[in-house]
Design a protein around this ligand. Structure first.
Ligand code: GTP
Length: 597
C-alpha cells in the first residue's frame, strides 16, 4: 500500500468531552471490531480508568476505511487525558500528522482543551476541531465556535458539529481525516527511524514498544538500537494493532505498530526514544526526546506490617507497566518498612495508591507528599531532597529553592475573586487574566508546585461549583524561605507527619495539624502534649487530657460476657496502634491526618 492512503491521527480533549465514545464509534464504522466483542474492554480497559473517566495508557488502533474504492489505513493513537501525563501526550502526538480536537458543545473550551491544542500545534499537527455532543439540549455550538476563534485562533468554519453518541457528523469527521490530515511525513530521511511512544510489559513477551515508523523499515530479526538510551537488542516480533496485536513481517515508514524486544525491564525503554536499525543507521534522533523525572514523592507503607512482602511484590508489578513510577525501600520509626515512591504528579500518585488498594487489595498509608527541593549548604555542597527527613539543620542552609509551575485556570466570571484569593493563599502570583467569552475567564498564574499538591484542585472545583478546570506545566525553580516542621507527640517527633513548609505558613498548618491530631488520638493514662515545631521552636500546641476511667468501669462488675467483649475490642484496637515512645497512635490517625492536612 502506498503511504498516500495512511492517516495517523489522535483525538485530544478535556476529560469527559467524549474521546472514548468517538473512538469507539470510529472503530464501529470501520468495522474494526465486531460490536459484540467490543464492549468497553477495548479502549479504557482498566477499571480505574473507566471509573474516574480518565485515560491513563495510550491504546493505538489501526483500521481500514474504504472511500472511492480506495482503502485508507487509519492509525488512531489514544492519548492520556491528564496534565500529569503531558509528556506522554506530546510523545503520542509526535507519532501523528493530525489531531481531532474534541470540545463538549455544552461545556466549551476547558484548561486541557487549550493545553492539548497547544501541544498539537507545537508538534506541527493539523488540528481539526470537532464540537461534540450537539445532541444535548444545553449545547451551544455557536458560542463554542466563538471561543475557538478567540482562545485558540482557529477559524470557526473549520469546526465540525458532531455527536459521538447519536452519530451526527461522523461522515464529516472521517472525510476530514482523509482530506485534512496529511499523509505520513519524513519518509525520505536517511536511515531507519521509529518513535517509541509507549511501552507495556507482557509476562510472556517482555517489554513491548509501541512505535511509529517514520523512515526505513523495522523487520523481524533486525538488530536495533535505541538512540537515546543506547540500548541495543533484536526485534523478536513486529506487528500492528487491529485492535489486538497482529504479527507481520515488517513495519515500514509511515506505519504505527509494535515491536517485541528482548528487553525485560520497562525502565530500559525511554518514552520518546528513537529506534534505528544497525544496518540502516539514522544520523539523528527524532526531535522532542527527554527523560521524564518524577515530580512528586511520598512514602507508601502497609497498614499491617505483615503485608510488607505483598506490598513489595505489588509495587514491583505496577512498576513493570509504568516507567514513570519509581520507588525504593525506606523505613520509618512510626510506620515500619515501606517504599519511597516518585510520581509524575498528584493524579499519578492517586492512581498508584488506588490501584494498590483495589487491584492488590492492600491497606496502605501514604506520607505527606513532597516535591524535590534544591538546596545549598553553608559548606558549599548542593543537594536535592524529596523527603523532609533529610532536611538539614536550618543553620547549615545557605539557600533553598522550590519547583514552580505555570498554571492555567479556567473559571466562570463569578468565581474570579475567589479564585484569585485561592491563588494568593497558595503563594501564587496571577500573571494574566484573559476573557474566553462573556461568562468565562482564563487565569495564568505562577505557583509553587508544593502548594497545589494537596487540595488545590478540590478547592478549585468547589469554589467554581464544578465549572472550573486547571492545567499546569513545570516552570523552573525559585528561592524560598522554607523550613521543616515537625510534629511531636509527648515530646517525641513523628517523622511521618513532618513536612517542608513556607515559614509564614508553618504556624497555621501546625495549628491545624495539632488540632486534628487532638481529635484523632485516643486519650492516654496521662496528659499528652501535641506540638508543632520549627527549628526546635514550638509554633503550635494542643493538650490531650488524661483518660479518667477504664473501659470496663461502666459494667458495674455484673455482666461478665459484656466485660470480656469490651476487653477484646480494646485489644483489637491496640493491634492497630503504633507505639511512639509512651503514646499509642492508632493507624487511622495517620491516614486521617495525611489525607486532610
Ligand atoms: P476521558 O477518557 O476521561 O478523556 O473521557 P472521554 O473524553 O473519553 O469521555 P467519554 O467518551 O467517556 O464520554 C464522557 C461522557 O459523555 C459519557 O457519559 C458519554 O456517554 C457522554 N458522551 C460522549 N459523547 C456524547 C455525545 O455526543 N452526546 C452526548 N449526549 N453525550 C456524549
Amino acid at each position: 500500500r502506498s503511504t498516500d492512503t495512511i492517516r495517523n491521527f489522535c483525538i485530544i480533549a478535556h476529560v469527559d468531552h467524549g474521546k472514548t465514545t468517538l473512538s469507539d464509534r470510529l472503530l464501529e464504522l470501520t468495522s474494526t471490531v465486531e460490536l459484540r466483542n467490543m464492549k468497553e474492554q477495548l479502549l479504557d480497559s482498566m477499571d480505574l480508568e473507566r471509573e474516574r473517566g480518565i485515560t491513563i495508557k495510550s491504546h493505538p488502533v489501526s483500521m481500514i476505511y474504504q472511500k472511492d474504492k480506495e482503502d485508507y489505513l487509519f492509525n488512531l493513537i489514544d492519548t492520556p487525558g491528564h496534565v500529569d501525563f503531558s509528556y506522554e501526550v506530546s510523545r503520542s502526538l509526535a507519532a501523528c500528522e493530525g489531531a481531532l480536537l474534541l470540545i463538549d458543545a455544552a461545556q466549551g473550551i476547558e484548561a486541557q482543551t487549550v493545553a492539548n491544542a497547544h501541544l498539537a500545534v507545537a508538534q506541527g499537527l493539523e488540528v481539526i476541531p470537532v464540537i461534540n455532543k450537539v445532541d444535548l439540549p444545553s449545547a451551544e455550538p455557536e458560542r463554542i465556535m466563538e471561543q475557538l476563534e478567540d482562545v485558540l485562533a482557529i477559524p470557526a468554519e473549520e469546526a465540525i458539529l458532531a455527536s459521538a453518541k447519536s452519530g451526527i457528523g461522523l461522515p464529516e469527521i472521517i472525510r476530514a481525516v482523509i482530506d485534512r490530515v496529511p499523509s505520513p511525513r519524513w519518509l525520505d530521511e536517511k536511515g531507519t527511524r521509529a518513535l517509541v511512544f509507549d511501552c507495556i510489559y507482557d509476562a510472556f513477551k517482555g517489554v513491548i514498544c509501541y512505535v511509529r515508523v517514520f523512515s526505513g523499515e523495522l523487520k523481524q530479526g533486525s538488530s536495533i538500537s535505541f538512540m537515546g538510551s543506547d540500548v541495543k537488542t533484536q526485534i523478536k516480533e513486529v506487528g500492528r494493532f487491529s485492535p489486538h496485536m497482529v504479527a507481520e513481517d515488517s513495519l515500514s515508514g509511515g506505519k504505527v505498530g509494535y515491536i517485541v524486544t528482548g528487553i525485560r525491564d520497562v525502565a530500559d525503554v525511554k518514552l520518546g526514544d528513537t529506534v534505528t536499525r544497525m544496518d540502516d543507521m539514522a544520523g539523528e534522533m527524532l526531535p522532542g526526546y527527554k527523560e521524564v523525572r518524577p515530580m512528586v514523592f511520598s512514602g507508601i507503607y502497609p497498614l499491617d506490617t505483615s503485608d510488607y512482602e505483598k506490598l513489595k511484590a505489588s509495587v514491583a508489578k505496577l512498576r513493570l507497566n509504568d516507567a514513570a513510577f519509581v520507588y525504593q525501600s525506606e523505613s520509618s520509626a512510626a510506620l515500619g518498612f515501606g517504599f519511597r515512591c516518585g510520581f509524575l504528579g498528584l493524579l499519578h500518585m492517586e492512581i498508584i495508591q488506588e490501584r494498590l488498594r483495589r487491584e492488590y487489595d492492600l491497606d496502605i498509608i501514604s506520607t505527606y507528599p513532597s516535591v524535590i527541593y534544591r538546596l545549598r549548604k553553608t559548606d558549599g555542597t548542593e543537594m536535592e531532597i524529596d523527603n523532609p527527613v533529610f532536611f538539614p539543620d536550618a543553620s547549615e542552609i545557605e539557600w533553598i529553592e522550590e519547583p514552580m509551575i505555570k498554571a492555567t485556570v479556567h473559571t466562570p466570571n463569578d468565581s474570579i475573586g475567589d479564585m484569585l484569593a485561592l491563588i494568593s493563599e497558595k503563594r501564587g502570583i496571577c500573571q494574566q487574566t484573559e476573557t474566553i467569552d462573556t461568562s468565562r475567564v482564563m487565569i495564568t498564574a505562577r505557583l509553587p508546585l508544593n502548594e497545589i499538591l494537596v487540595d488545590f484542585n478540590d478547592r478549585l472545583k468547589s469554589l467554581t461549583h464544578g465549572y472550573g478546570s486547571m492545567d499546569y506545566e513545570p516552570d523552573g525553580y525559585e528561592q524560598s524561605d522554607l523550613v521543616r516542621m515537625e510534629i511531636l507527640v509527648n515530646g517525641e517527633p513523628i517523622e511521618a507527619f513532618s513536612s517542608i513548609v513556607h515559614r509564614q505558613k508553618a504556624e497555621t498548618r501546625g495549628r491545624a495539624l495539632c488540632g486534628k491530631l487532638k481529635d484523632l488520638l485516643p486519650k492516654q493514662l496521662f496528659k499528652v502534649a501535641i506540638q508543632a515545631a520549627v527549628n526546635g521552636k514550638f509554633v503550635a500546641r494542643e493538650t490531650l487530657s488524661a483518660m479518667r476511667k477504664d473501659v470496663t468501669a461502666k459494667c458495674y462488675g455484673g455482666d461478665i460476657s459484656r466485660k470480656r467483649k469490651l476487653l477484646e475490642k480494646q485489644k483489637e484496637g491496640k493491634k492497630r496502634m503504633k507505639q511512639i515512645g509512651s503514646v499509642s497512635i492508632p493507624q487511622e490517625a495517620f491516614v486521617q491526618v495525611l489525607r486532610s492536612s
